[in-house]
Design a protein around this ligand. Structure first.
Ligand code: LLP
Length: 443
């Protein structure tokens, strides 16, 4: 069965009677007028259709635990939706822990990941009652045990391992290969387990965690990853007399940014994952474990679009036409960082047949601030509303104030209604933390 991550556009996207693009029953040009641009727009129906697809696809394996990878896009409203959908949260910083906790999220349904968690963050994780901490390295084992001991608590942990699986994605978003900054190398597992079981009495090892990468289009890598984790579970259980029964297989399922992308459906990946679990339970004679999966991009990516207003334009003497917009690399760093490509539409005239090749440039003081190079679009005029699809994941969450450009607002749309989920930043907020020290106040 097809799932929303396999389409470029949110499931509610249509062209209305005015000939404008509409998402969640809201005309994008009206949203631009009401909230200003740049604006991130999230389609609630698409988000919920993805969470429900995950639930449905894995329903034959009741010990599956879905946790949304908050790093893809997190606000208190998203935490609420995840709670309503029966998802937990994968958190990776003090800021994410704070956001979840202050939104009222049940912290017993959260996990904490990261390769350099600080003393303060680990303390916060224990104090807020995060259910599992995925320990990444020897340094963290000792630090976490010390904190747990000082609080006289037992902390349940997973051990993040590097399974040595190659997947075909961008170098920067591969994480499961041997040469990775994340996790224990397979050769370090025994030493770590030995320390946990003999010295770190305040830590309770429950199982292993791995994450092989992001924007993945293959099924086999998940099958293989699960094989590696099971092999280690079996080996460690036998050698140390343990009964580890939890595995976390990470996130990574890809979405469709352009027509060239061919992501697989959640049902397909679920079938492969369940098959691999069953095969390896049988092979190693293990009880079916609890299995965490941490999807981020595939849950939120397709639901989100960004709209901009067209401003200046330029015809370069080599023939290239540049059209500038009122945002750029500060609200979407992915084109400059990963050469990511997007599908673009003009929201107020999506179907116009007269077209040209144009390069959409951001407003930042940097030549590399190009959001889409040489794309075919209707002739753009000043004031047109330009829509970039699939900016829901790693768009706002990687945004910055480069050039002291304000962070845009975000709205949630559904059934013709739009609600702010993040206010547009103001100049007062932008400068709120600036301090002019007395020593240079000379007037
Ligand atoms: N679990 C762990 C431990 C992770 O490190 C990640 C993503 C996820 C889950 C979620 O992966 P997803 O389902 O979203 O692929 N900024 C990059 C993506 C970095 C992903 C980092 N880790 C981008 O914009 O493509």
């Amino acid at each position: 069965m097809k799932t929303a991550n396999q389409d470029i556009m949110p499931i509610t996207r249509k062209i209305n009677t005015k000939g404008n693009v509409e998402i969640g029953g809201c005309d994008l040009t009206e949203l631009a007028n009401k909230y200003g641009t740049p604006l991130y727009i999230f389609d609630e129906a698409t988000i919920r259709s993805m969470t429900r697809s995950y639930k449905d696809a894995f329903k034959s394996y009741p010990k599956m635990k879905m946790v949304y990878a908050s790093k893809a896009f997190m606000t208190k409203a998203i935490c609420k939706i995840m709670a309503q959908e029966g998802f937990g949260l994968d958190l990776c910083s003090g800021g994410e822990i704070y956001t979840a906790d202050s939104s009222g999220f049940n912290m017993a349904e959260t996990l904490f990941n990261g390769n350099n968690k600080t003393f303060e963050e680990l303390t916060m994780a224990i104090d807020t009652g995060i259910s599992r901490i995925s320990v990444d390295n020897f340094y963290e084992l000792e630090l976490l045990n010390d904190i747990a001991k000082s609080k006289n608590k037992e902390v349940k942990i997973l051990m993040r391992i590097t399974p040595g699986i190659e997947c075909h994605t961008h170098e920067y978003i591969k994480t499961g290969t041997i040469d990775s900054k994340f996790g224990f190398d397979l050769t370090q597992i025994d030493e770590a387990v030995n320390l946990i079981t003999s010295e770190y009495k305040n830590l309770k090892l429950c199982g292993f965690h791995a994450h092989i990468g992001s924007q993945i289009f293959e099924k086999q890598v998940y099958y293989d990853e699960i094989g590696v984790i099971f092999k280690e579970i079996k080996r460690v259980n036998d050698k140390f007399g343990l009964n580890l029964n939890e595995i976390n297989i990470g996130g990574g399922l890809g979405i469709k940014y352009t027509n060239e992308d061919k992501p697989i459906s959640v049902y397909d990946i679920a079938e492969t994952i369940i098959k691999s679990i069953e095969y390896h339970c049988d092979k190693y004679n293990l009880e079916p474990p609890y299995v965490y999966i941490e999807p981020g991009r595939s849950i939120i990516g397709t639901s989100g679009v960004t709209i901009y207003t067209a401003g200046s334009s330029k015809q370069a003497s080599n023939g290239r036409r540049y059209q500038a917009i009122d945002g750029g690399m500060s609200d979407n760093i992915r084109p400059s960082l990963y050469q990511a490509e997007y599908t673009v539409e003009i929201a107020n005239k999506p179907n116009e047949t007269e077209q040209e090749i144009v390069t959409i440039a951001g407003k930042h003081c940097e030549s590399g601030d190009i959001l889409a190079k040489d794309v075919k679009l209707p002739i753009i005029e000043e004031g047109d509303v330009i829509c970039f699809y699939d900016t829901g994941a790693y768009g706002y969450s990687m945004s910055s104030n480069y050039n002291r450009v304000l962070k845009p607002a975000a709205v949630l749309v559904n059934n013709g209604k739009s609600d702010i989920i993040i206010n547009r930043q103001t100049y007062e907020e932008l400068t709120h933390n600036d301090v002019i020290p007395e020593s240079i106040m000379n007037d």
